[in-house]
Ligand binder design. Sequence first.
Ligand code: ZN
Length: 170
Amino acid sequence: MAVLEIVTNPAPVLRTKARKVTDFGQELQDLIDNMVETMRAAPGVGLAAPQIDMPWQVIVVEFGDEQDEEIPQKLYSVVNPELVRFSQETEIGVEGCLSIPGFVGDVERPVSVTIKGQNRRGKPIRIKAQGWLARIFQHEIDHLEGILFIDKAEKVWPVEEEPAQVMPAD
Ligand code: ZN
């Protein structure tokens, strides 16, 4: 496994629509392992393949809420993820991105979502998420469409000191 370099805005790959994965062979396994290692080294709570210059529909997410036993730390890797349902209810949260170092912004997103995709072996999976976890999944799936949080943010500002409620970068 290897920690890879994270590309930053305005790299063109971040604005490219990622391609669907059809081959679940060794290359994909290595890609996912490297993405997990890169995310953990950053450290971040999520990473999309375009962020390491690989325009494929692959995301990894690792998040747990220390304050909430119902949300233990869990690692997800999702291939060809799709947002299939989202709540009408939305909330504003502060997001950052490993590809946009030094900036955070207020982004309004649905509070809960359902994601459909495949696991690393190609088996269909479905994930229901809410709160921060739902936000992270939406942020990562946006990366696969070439969308960055600064496109959706109502306000973006440079990080001077970490406010308490900032989502860890991804
Ligand atoms: Zn990001």
